[in-house]
Write a protein that binds this ligand. Sequence first.
Ligand SMILES: Cc1ncc(COP(=O)(O)O)c(C=O)c1O
Length: 386
Amino acid sequence: MPESPIRKLVPFAEDAKKRGINVFHLNIGQPDIKTPQIALNAVKNNNIEVLSYARSEGSEKYREKLTTYYKKHAVNIIADEIIVTTGGSEALLFTFGSIMDPDDEVIIPEPFYANYNGFSTASGVKVVPVISKIENNFALPPIEEFEKLITKKTKAILICNPGNPTGYLYSKDEIKKLAKIVKKHDLFLISDEVYREFVYDGLTHHSVMQEPNLEQHAIMIDSVSKRYSMCGARIGCIVSKNKEVIATALKFAQARLSSPTYALIASEAALETPQSYFDDVIIEYVDRRNTLIAELQKIDGVKVAKPKGAFYCIAELPVKDADNFAQWLLEEFNLNHETIMVAPAAGFYSTKGLGSNQVRIAYVLKKEDLLRSVEILKAALEIYND
Ligand SMILES: Cc1ncc(COP(=O)(O)O)c(C=O)c1O
């Protein structure tokens, strides 16, 4: 199993904290945004006497309520097309297990969410990357690039929309092009849409579930983690109109019995969150993104693409090895007893050598902390010598 580039430096961060250093966590997508009170209250204000298992696929009531949520996003599905999972992570793992055998291949535009490497390894599946570049704002490579990579072993194309770590948002036209090739080659199109709400600049998100005639091919991955700033709840789901996919994923769900009951209660209540919560959150993230990107662009030798969604960016740094640099930031550097933790980007690629001078930065901290973090990064780059 590959290490997670997001978490592997945690012991160095913990050591720094023990030495009295304040560490700004830009490494992980753990927002500081408050969880909706309605979700927290649902857990606090109940009188459960037996904390029992839930249904493997999630209760009918929760899945029914989820269909109402999806309808608001122009996704028309029924409760039986949903399997509730323990986070988007488990939804990905179940999906890989349900549609692929060991040695099968999945095509993924890279850089991609680092744990796709882990889930593929765990499932014995090979990642075949399609390279997108910082110079093109991580735009989807031409469709011919995907077609060139399709072999007899290819089972699926996996996209993350909007993208972690790039913040790339797929256009409706790009989704249509991908839909066309998956139909032509009889593949699955897995779309990880856990950041659906986090779309900026007046753009709209286009789900694979909105694409006509893609019913047998489309699989959507979802999660409450980022939407409601409920990462610790560990609830997500798989959505597909393909009955065989759902029936197979259900077997995986039955094997692990159920998702955690308290977290399901919180997730069901979170569906009542008013639109104003999201409106405020989006305003906050746009401000953070604009601040972060503008400040990074002021540093000599730093290259950054402007994200259109999610809450991450990839920054290219004037260093040879971002892994060493990220560790050095925690072990040896501080600016008035403060430092930053970033995620070295090589782990977000499967192609060896790519991303070695890049880091992923999550803009999940408030504006003042982001400003201070970039100040720390700038000072560090001025003295770092690799
Ligand atoms: C793109 C993407 N997919 C899936 C996940 C998994 O999220 P969770 O298991 O918390 O639902 C994450 C978490 O950061 C993510 O960024």
